[in-house]
Design a protein around this ligand. Structure first.
Ligand code: DAH
Length: 351
């Protein structure tokens, strides 16, 4: 029967094959991503794919029709595979172009300028103070801002009925807990923990219930100093503080002591320094006195030493507590304390 026209079954099958091929080619060429492409491949060429199933059904054909049909099926398979890999290229190229477009860099756009940060004037002054005292062998320690009334007052020999404890001046959290009103509570804290010799400065934030104006703020900063050792005298306090002030502000600045009173020091003093603005001649800033008040200070009270387990017969100490905000304002000629806390960038940029 060779050379005869195909049987009716074969003609029908050829029609089927053509339809499958056409559908496959159409679907493949419509695929726009790799997933769709894979779905097409499985649908036609996979184990249960239409073309595979078709190939298996050829066993139903009379043997003489099989070679031709086999050839047609193989051709169809080749065309589908060819188109699959062609379409794959198309998709990959489109994706690459898409990505390149997204990553496109316009080198004519002006660059982003990075703003350089600056240290706050308070930080600058404190850094300088730390540097000076560390050069003198002091270490820097810190204490809690939320403090026991015990350390803030009692341990400092401030009696129960002292006006400094007044709710008018102090932020109380409970009867026993306050926002520290000075950095002095870290003196007894340090003395309880460390045996002499002690040489520390203690910077930090302090709180008082003051209204805000050019010279007052409910939050401000102090730097405490404490030295305890055998044979420490008022002369050591005077010499240390004078050296410190000269290093911070210049050799031409003098210091002087004025008698004062603090419950935790005996004797007590206020330390003044030559007015930086007028050099001592008298001006608006120093209220025509030629001097500016810098710090409270004194010889640590024996009762304070004793409470911390330090023998006042053997050891003595000096202490001081100065306002960092005031020092900073003087150093940089700032005339309003509020500027330090408002964080106006136009102000801060100047330092
Ligand atoms: N704590 C005091 C205040 O806030 C300042 C002070 C005075 C600190 C004398 C001291 C000192 O260490 O010895 O006003």
């Amino acid at each position: 029967m060779g050379g005869m026209s195909p049987t009716k079954g074969a003609v029908e099958m050829q029609e089927n094959l053509k339809a499958i091929l056409q559908n496959a080619l159409q679907e493949v060429s419509k695929s726009t991503d790799m997933n769709q492409l894979e779905v097409c491949r499985v649908k036609y060429l996979g184990k249960k794919g239409e073309l595979t199933v078709f190939l298996r059904s050829m066993g139903d054909l009379p043997p003489e029709d099989r070679p031709l049909m086999g050839k047609l099926v193989n051709e169809a398979k080749d065309r589908i595979e060819g188109l699959l890999s062609q379409q794959k290229e198309v998709i990959l190229r489109a994706q690459r172009e898409e990505r390149l477009k997204e990553e496109e860099i316009d080198i004519t756009i002006p660059g982003k300028r990075l703003l350089r940060g600056k240290k706050h004037p308070l930080t600058k002054t404190l850094d300088e103070i730390k540097r000076i005292f560390m050069g003198l062998g002091f270490s820097v320690v810190e204490g809690p801002e939320v403090e026991w009334a015990y350390y803030n007052f009692t341990a400092l020999n401030i009696p129960e009925n002292h006006p400094a404890r007044d709710v008018q001046d102090t932020f109380y959290i409970t009867d026993d807990i306050v926002l520290r009103t000075h950095t002095s509570p870290d003196e007894p804290r340090t003395m309880e923990k460390t045996k002499p010799p002690i040489r520390v400065i203690i910077p930090g934030r302090v709180y008082r219930s003051d209204d805000v104006d050019a010279t007052h703020s409910p939050v401000f900063h102090q730097v405490e100093g404490l030295v305890v050792d055998e044979g420490i005298t008022l002369g050591d306090l005077k010499g240390t503080f004078d050296l410190f002030v000269k290093q911070l502000f210049g050799e031409h600045i003098e210091t002087k002591f004025r008698p004062s009173h603090f419950p935790f020091t005996e004797p007590s003093a206020e330390i003044d320094a030559t007015c930086f603005v007028c050099g001592g001649k008298g001006c608006r800033v120093c209220k025509d006195t030629g001097w500016i008040e810098l710090s409270g200070a004194g010889m640590t009270h024996p009762k304070v030493l004793e409470r911390c387990g330090i023998d006042p017969q053997r050891y003595s100490g000096f202490a001081f507590g100065m306002g960092l905000d005031r020092l900073t304002n003087m150093k940089y000629g700032i005339d309003d304390m509020r500027l330090l806390f408002e964080n106006d960038i136009r102000f801060l940029r100047q330092f």
